[in-house]
Design a protein around this ligand. Structure first.
Ligand SMILES: Cc1cc2nc3c(=O)[nH]c(=O)nc-3n(C[C@H](O)[C@H](O)[C@H](O)COP(=O)(O)O)c2cc1C
Length: 190
């Protein structure tokens, strides 16, 4: 099973990448293959048309499409901006459709304040349903992110360690259940 981590923060001086890298490390420690898709390294144009319908899909949109296709499941990492998830993440999601179909999606939200991006996370879970994907009910919220990690990207608090562990336990259960169900032969009513 391969899990893509889609990092929806490209801001200069961003903090959310710390959470994305920590999640990647923790997944790899559990023997899970990962692909960290950093939208700062793969900037997408403002949407003109979805990849599947665009007459001349740009190479970087195609490259990202292939990476999303390859992932059995995805974790979306977003900062909370003005009470919602980031515009750069929404723009990226809008380029694609088939890439997400029936995939298990975990939502992770990050904020500078104490609420850990709760509004961003709830709104993003709602959007996941419109992608034709499955949003896991449990999410990971990282509050006061600017002081949550040390220089080597280790969490400073036991709370972040434990909540990440719980989130990944739940996500891997959820993702494996969906991946296995998709591999099973379809039952048809007699
Ligand atoms: C444009 C903008 C809007 C923001 N709006 C909120 C907000 O509504 N709620 C909140 O808790 N934090 C808000 N913040 C603070 C961010 O959550 C904080 O900068 C956090 O580090 C976001 O992740 P990033 O560093 O990856 O951008 C905002 C930050 C920016 C840049």
């Amino acid at each position: 099973m391969k899990i893509g981590i889609l990092l929806g923060s490209t801001r200069t001086g961003r903090q959310s990448h710390k959470v994305a890298h920590y999640l990647e490390k923790k997944l790899q420690e559990r023997g899970v293959a990962t692909d960290l898709i950093d939208l700062a390294d793969n900037p997408l144009p403002i949407l003109e048309e979805r990849a599947g319908r665009h007459p001349q899909v740009q190479a970087r949109v195609q490259a990202l499409s292939a990476r999303l296709h390859e992932a059995d499941g995805l974790v979306f990492v977003t900062p909370e901006y003005h009470g919602s998830f980031s515009g750069v993440l929404k723009n990226a999601l809008d380029h694609f459709w088939e890439e997400f179909g029936r995939k298990p999606i975990g939502v992770v939200a990050v904020s500078a304040g104490k609420l850990g991006g709760i509004n961003a996370s709830t709104q993003l879970q709602h959007v996941v349903l419109s992608l034709g994907a499955f949003a896991m009910p449990t999410k990971l919220l990282v509050s006061e992110v600017q002081s949550a990690f040390d220089e080597s990207l280790q969490p400073r608090s036991e709370h972040v360690v434990k909540s990440t562990q719980r989130f990944l336990d739940e996500y891997l259960w959820f993702a494996r259940a969906i991946v296995q169900a998709k591999q099973a032969p379809t039952e048809r009513a007699a």
